[in-house]
Design a protein around this ligand. Structure first.
Ligand SMILES: Cc1ncc(C[n+]2csc(CCOP(=O)(O)OP(=O)(O)O)c2C)c(N)n1
Ligand SMILES: [Mg+2]
Length: 664
């Protein structure tokens, strides 16, 4: 262990802000900030490229605290460096740690607190998200040479590395040789239940990372020179780097340091008094001596000349290129997109193609991708099935990041987390793809995208039993309902080509929400044969086929079942029953509509029927206790038409259900 008094006092400022905030809140995790304060001090004081005056400077280095439970580390650093100036954290914000409405919530929340680059807390997410940030940096640098050149630093805990998603992330970073990604592993050997090596983990992490194509080394995480040297070596590496830092959790606590008792909870007055003695920190809680605060504030100003030089480089760009860079960083869509989509919708209405919506999705991307250069698509090894690759999205390779198609390998979770990282990095709209049933494999990252209010537009195809022969393992049943249940996640299930491009457009326009496009494997007839300029799908639900006269029946359906509903409408007409059909491509968007619109779409027909090749859950909000033609259990392997027949998805069954209820 080698430190200096100046270093120690700066690191101790972090330690005591953290432990005093946890003690005051009687809740939180001081063990990690106390154990990693030396690493953080070296990184921020000597290495990290940032300027406290502009926390959102696009070319700043990113610092991700993957072990989000140590949030007080981030909050202490933000306060000490003066990050964000007047809009940053005050000492009162630190005193309000973990209180309702405070800027200092239990775990770091993106968009809520200055300096938080991504929401962390669910272990593994931070490190996986940071891989997307590092990828985005390489890609944006390839698209805008000369003005993008920064690193991504991550602090990951034992738990982060035990979570499975970390393996997907490490493999992706190794494959793409993301040499500007540098991970510190807080190797304290302690998790909640006790000593990691005794309880549940004996992985040789250095070898694990090396085998994935990383550079990895092990150091004493309290040795300033060792930390500095390791970072400098990492900066010169041609591979991503993991630095295993042996640390003592709760460093300084007299009885709890180095044990799982230091992980969380208020340590108690006696323990903290002991730490004050041990670390020679005689100051009252939340008091940072002027000279120490001044030293930290100086760190916050260190990057100002670098940022000024960067601004000059930006201003030296061709004005058009500069405007394009700034538009992309702001997250604004290109102005001509609407006109491009309108012309395409006109063409589709004329041609009325009968295709699967996954094919329609590819055709839509063929139009959208050239018009939206920030759109990055990809697939978790299902490119030929998801149909997400088009001419405009050439694939990236470890040697060439000018493309914008990403082969994620069979890694739905890693893909979804990295897409979040690409989105929070800025400059891109990421889009991953797989089968809809495998959203279950990506769910923790999908949830974080929704929580972070970021725009990620995933394409999940093979959206029902209509995928046929692959059978129940691949047939989504409850996924649609469960994704609808996720706040701020928009699940789009278009019925034909026009709806598919409308859903893509609506999803792109949702700058603060992630979306999932659920697309069919099987062919579907063209339903929208009259051109309408308005994006009808954006309203979530609309009458796609009106009744002849006063409607007695309203049939609500989504995706592949809308054409089924239209066929049922025809059968009812033959029986002199007037029925209307309402397409519901996005229940989430529909429930956002004003009440009068919702009422007019739901209507007042005596019978409301729902049809969707999935569970009923959620439909009651539209059809009340009306009959629902859906799934009650898992699917069946067979040709899709036979499977639909087997489960009763026929026009006759839908019409019968309506007639029965009408008679009742
Ligand atoms: C996915 C997930 N599972 C469980 C938890 C609850 N949890 C918080 S910290 C932690 C483990 C703590 O060990 P470590 O990651 O080594 O952190 P340290 O105790 O060293 O600070 C767990 C299980 C979580 N935050 N995320
Ligand atoms: Mg640990």
């Amino acid at each position: 262990m080698a430190t200096t008094p100046a270093h120690d006092s700066m690191a101790n400022a972090i330690r005591f802000l953290a432990v005093d905030a946890v003690e005051k809140a009687k809740s939180g995790h001081a063990g990690l900030p106390m154990g990693t304060a030396d690493i953080a001090t070296v990184l921020f004081r000597d290495i990290l490229k940032f300027d406290a005056a502009d926390p959102r400077w696009p070319d700043r280095d990113r610092f991700v605290l993957s072990a989000g439970h140590g949030s007080m580390l981030l909050y202490a650093l933000a306060y000490l460096t003066g990050l964000g100036g007047d809009k940053g954290l005050t000492i009162d914000d630190l005193k309000a740690f973990r209180q309702v409405g405070s800027k200092t919530p239990g775990h770091p929340e993106y968009g809520h607190t200055v300096g938080v680059e991504t929401t962390t807390g669910p272990l593994g997410q931070g490190i996986a998200t940071s891989v997307g940030m590092a990828l985005a940096e390489r890609m944006l640098a390839a698209h805008f040479p000369g003005i993008v050149d920064h690193r991504t630093y991550v602090l990951a805990s034992d738990g982060d590395l035990m979570e499975g998603v970390s393996q997907e992330a490490i493999a992706i970073a190794g494959h793409y040789r993301l040499s500007k990604l540098i991970v510190f592993w807080d190797n304290n050997g302690i998790s909640i239940d006790g000593k990691t090596t005794v309880l549940a983990d004996n992985v040789d992490q250095v070898e694990r990372f090396k085998s994935a194509g990383w550079n990895a080394s092990a150091i004493d995480g309290h040795d300033v020179a060792a930390i500095l040297n390791a970072i400098r070596a990492a900066q010169n590496s041609d591979r991503p780097t993991m630095i295993a830092c042996k640390t003592i959790i709760g460093f300084g606590l007299p009885t709890k340091a180095g044990t799982s008792k230091a992980h969380s909870d208020a340590p108690g007055e006696a323990e903290i008094a002991g730490a004050r003695k041990n670390l020679n920190w005689p100051y009252e809680p939340f008091v940072i001596p002027d000279d120490i605060l001044a030293a930290w504030r100086e760190v916050g100003r260190r990057g100002a000349p670098q940022r000024a030089a960067w601004r000059k480089a930006l201003e030296a760009l061709d004005p058009k290129e500069r405007a394009e860079f700034e538009r992309r960083v702001r997250g604004e869509l290109p102005k001509d997109l609407d006109a491009v989509i309108d012309a395409y919708k006109q063409k589709l209405a004329d041609e009325a193609p009968e295709v699967a919506t996954r094919k329609a999705g590819q055709a839509a991307l063929d139009v959208i991708a050239p018009a939206v250069p920030e759109l990055v698509t990809g697939s978790a090894d299902l490119t030929p099935s998801n149909n997400t690759k088009v001419a405009a999205t050439r694939e990236i390779t470890p040697d060439d990041f000018t493309g914008r198609y990403i082969h994620w390998g069979v890694r739905e979770h890693g893909m979804a987390a990295a897409c979040n990282g690409i989105a929070v990095h800025g400059g891109f709209i990421p889009s991953g793809a797989s089968f809809l049933v495998f959203t279950d494999y990506a769910r923790p990252s999908l949830r974080l995208a929704a929580l972070m209010k970021i725009r990620v537009v995933h394409v999940f195809t093979h959206d029902s039993i209509g995928l046929g022969e692959d059978g129940p393992t691949h047939q989504p049943i409850e996924q649609i309902a469960s994704l609808r249940a996720m706040p701020n996640m928009y699940l789009w299930r278009p019925a034909d080509s026009v709806e598919t491009v409308e859903c893509w457009q609506a999803a792109l326009e949702k700058a603060h929400s992630p979306s999932i496009l659920a697309l069919s494997r099987q062919n579907l007839p063209a339903l929208r044969r009259t051109h309408v300029v308005e994006n009808l799908c954006a309203r979530g639900a609309y009458e796609i086929s009106p009744a002849d006269g006063e409607p007695q029946v309203s049939i609500f359906a989504s995706g592949s079942e809308v054409s089924l509903a239209v066929a049922a409408q025809k059968l009812l007409r033959e029986k002199q029953v007037a029925a209307r059909v309402i397409s519901v491509p996005c229940m989430d968007a529909f429930f956002d509509q004003p009440e009068d619109y919702r009422r007019s779409v739901i209507g007042s027909a005596a019978v409301k029927v729902g049809v969707e090749a999935a569970v009923r859950f959620g439909w009651d909000a539209i059809i009340g206790d009306g009959p629902f033609i859906g799934m009650r259990g898992f699917g069946e392997s067979g040709p899709y038409k036979a499977v639909f027949q087997f489960f009763g998805f026929t026009p006759e069954a839908v019409a019968d259900a309506a007639l029965k209820r009408l008679a009742a």
